[in-house]
Design a protein around this ligand. Sequence first.
Ligand SMILES: C[S@@+](CC[C@H](N)C(=O)[O-])C[C@H]1O[C@@H](n2cnc3c(N)ncnc32)[C@H](O)[C@@H]1O
Length: 372
Amino acid sequence: MRDWNRDVNRLADELIAAGKLHSPAWIKAFTQVPRHVFVPHFWLQDPDGWRQVDASTDEGWEAIYSNKGLFTALDDNKLGISSSSMPGLMTRMLEILDVQAGHRVLEVGTGTGYNAALLSAYLGDSNVYSVDIEFVEAAANRLASLGMQPTLDTRDGREGFAEAAPFDRIMATCAVSTIPAEWISQLAPGGMILADLKVNRGAGNLVLLHRTGPESAEGRFVPGWAEFMSMRTENTTAPTARSGRDDDKLHHTTTRITGQPWGHTVPWFMASFELPAGVQVGLRIREGYTWWTITTPDGSRAEVCETGTGNQRDVIQSGPCRLWEPIENAFAEWENAGSPDWPRFGLTVESGAHTVCLDDPTGTHSWKRAIS
Ligand SMILES: C[S@@+](CC[C@H](N)C(=O)[O-])C[C@H]1O[C@@H](n2cnc3c(N)ncnc32)[C@H](O)[C@@H]1O
């Protein structure tokens, strides 16, 4: 017989030691929730492909009671469409969101129901609301087996949950390319949103926003970096139309930027405010060299060689837009500003626009993006 109490307490100790869990009230809630109930099995990718791992096995149990994100559903193309996020990411987000006793909280992205259980253990289930585009029934059954009945609903989470509003807190466990106006309008005065804003592939981070009015919110990006799976209604993973490359029309240049451009998360985010929507990134091996590829649906393409001569790497561009220039400019601007990290960036959300600023909204570094 496995002892989940012992194992959840050990995991809590690990998260405390790692600085991902602090408050006694959250430690208490965390140690009340058996994660294996929410993850009866999960998917693991081996060199041979995906295999399902059961919670009852040693391998499954060890993974569930460790700080690992676990894929719990795959689509027909074997892409992950739901997961139980890393417990340490959940506790970090719940503490950042400053959830207080008596708050009404909406979670967007119910998934397994695990995070709804943490919230229910902390707040009481009558204060917890959670929506997902799928998977809600299974999550409700798992929660009910522990005597928890938060209000769950199947819907597109961009709509929020108007019937149950207002909320003191909204947290999203899937990434959005814009902060939906509905979430802001469904916040109570003093309310906050914590969400993973990704304006393009990998371009963004968790941002904590305070309601400043019925249609406006502002706040800052949080330290560290996190990435959730994208909202499925959003077109962020649509395949790129790959135009044939016309070798006579290639534009050759060089760069000092090393590694995957999107691996430098802050300047990649800055660049993404200037890049067209629908950016896809990938790699391609040509004549023994690795090239990082950046493409957009209009057939524009930039390829950067992983290896170079001295500190210069080759860049080849093709298609209607020069994708590399905004990236090079953003990296230079970021370096000139002293390579600032995420917390120095702020976000203002108003109807019709998202504006990102470095340090001060009235300062010289700000980027505005119209939203529909
Ligand atoms: C990382 S999982 C959430 C993990 C979950 N909080 C838990 O504790 O297990 C992301 C979830 O977002 C959901 N999702 C994707 N698009 C959505 C949408 N448009 N509206 C609501 N949920 C969505 C997925 O179905 C998936 O279950």
